[in-house]
Write a protein that binds this ligand. Structure first.
Ligand SMILES: NC(=O)c1ccc[n+]([C@@H]2O[C@H](COP(=O)([O-])OP(=O)(O)OC[C@H]3O[C@@H](n4cnc5c(N)ncnc54)[C@H](OP(=O)(O)O)[C@@H]3O)[C@@H](O)[C@H]2O)c1
Length: 330
């Protein structure tokens, strides 16, 4: 497995990580036993960069990882996030909290669920506009000093917020959506990461499965699947987007690879600072995704895919309006 530096920490991570969110919710029902096998397969394939958050499954995801990490803690670089607050009585409702008091509480709760002493990479999941980023990062620095956290990250923020945070304490990673059909980071964030020595962790790198060819219609999704409410997976927008995926399948066929592998190879071949974290709860998918790290695309192939997935050709927003509101825009 190819490896990439993690910011300026001096450590490296597998160039393809594993997103664990779907093991708990959002993409149809999960199965803990199968998820634990998926995690074990990931390690066997050389994937050692695991991504979770306190809100995935309202704590279930961190607890599941806690079970997996027993006896394996030292083999893994573990990333988790705080800031999106949910409650069991109404799991769909959310508020964002970056207050120093909440950050201290959230970190202790994550450490308890994960059953570990130190989180390797701790991200602000979403920015709370009522708290200056300097104050939120200041509270995270206290966690570093206390030995509860090693490195700091931010998710879905602007380059300006990254610079402000980085001026307080070195930021190790930015995590935002980036894939063939989500190209916003190419505008400014990737260049800012390069300049500051920050790793860019690409979430939803398979476009929440559409780029693998596994999505055929809205009927593909189980009741309650998050994609049923996502604008890009609705009606005419989905039909338009599926036409782009047909072009990707042709490129993949020529390379003797799967569409999903080409989508991951495109991210890795384009930029040395990018680490995609494809999500899955299935051992066979994790093996297929890991193998993408061995595929190098030529500049001609990259340009052809860039053209095919011109941002103007992609239909629909990344999130419904209520969720888009929590994403910082430049
Ligand atoms: N920071 C943030 O705000 C944020 C937001 C979203 C996600 N994330 C993180 O990023 C990770 C990855 O993103 P994601 O899970 O949203 O989207 P993704 O990786 O683009 O896609 C996940 C979907 O693709 C399917 N899949 C994976 N590999 C496949 C393969 N080889 N063939 C066919 N289908 C395949 C999965 O199916 P199965 O579920 O059936 O395995 C799942 O439905 C998450 O797990 C989470 O850790 C972070």
């Amino acid at each position: 497995m190819l490896r990439r530096p993690l910011g300026k920490t001096g450590i490296t991570v597998s160039a393809i990580g594993l997103g664990c969110m779907g093991m708990s919710e959002f993409y149809g029902p999960g199965n803990d036993q199968q998820s634990l096998e998926t995690l074990a397969t990931a390690l066997d394939q050389g994937i050692d960069f695991l991504d979770t958050a306190d809100m995935y499954g309202l704590g279930h995801n961190e607890e599941l990882l806690g079970r997996f990490l027993k006896g394996r803690r030292e083999r893994v670089v573990l990333a988790t996030k705080f800031g999106i607050v949910r409650n069991r009585d109404n799991p769909a409702a959310r508020r964002i909290d970056n207050s120093p008091q909440y950050i201290r509480q959230a970190c202790d709760a994550s450490l308890r669920r994960l059953g570990i002493d130190t989180i390797d990479l701790y991200y602000i999941h979403r920015r709370d506009r009522s708290v200056a980023v300097e104050d939120a990062v200041g509270a995270m620095v206290e966690l570093v000093k206390a030995g509860k956290v090693r490195y700091l990250g931010l998710s879905e923020v602007t380059p300006q917020t990254l610079r402000r945070a980085h001026a307080v304490y070195p930021i190790t990673a930015i995590q935002s959506e980036y894939s063939l059909w989500s190209r916003e980071p190419e505008r400014e964030m990737l260049a800012t990461c390069r300049e500051l020595g920050v790793t860019f962790v690409a979430y939803s790198p398979l476009g929440r499965a559409i780029l693998t060819g596994a999505v055929k219609s809205e009927e593909s999704f189980a009741p309650g699947d998050f994609r049923r409410t996502n604008p890009r997976f609705q009606g005419e927008a989905l039909r338009k987007n599926l036409r782009l995926v047909e072009g990707l399948a042709e490129v993949a066929k020529k390379r003797g690879a799967s569409s999903g592998q080409i989508a991951l190879a495109w991210l890795l071949s384009k930029n040395p600072d990018v680490v995609p974290i494809p999500g899955t709860k299935r051992p066979r998918y994790v093996s297929e995704n890991a193998a993408a790290a061995a595929i190098r695309l030529s500049s001609e192939e990259i340009s052809a895919l860039d053209g095919l997935f011109d941002p103007a050709a992609v239909a629909g927003d990344r999130y419904a309006p209520d969720r888009m509101g929590n994403i910082e825009k430049a």
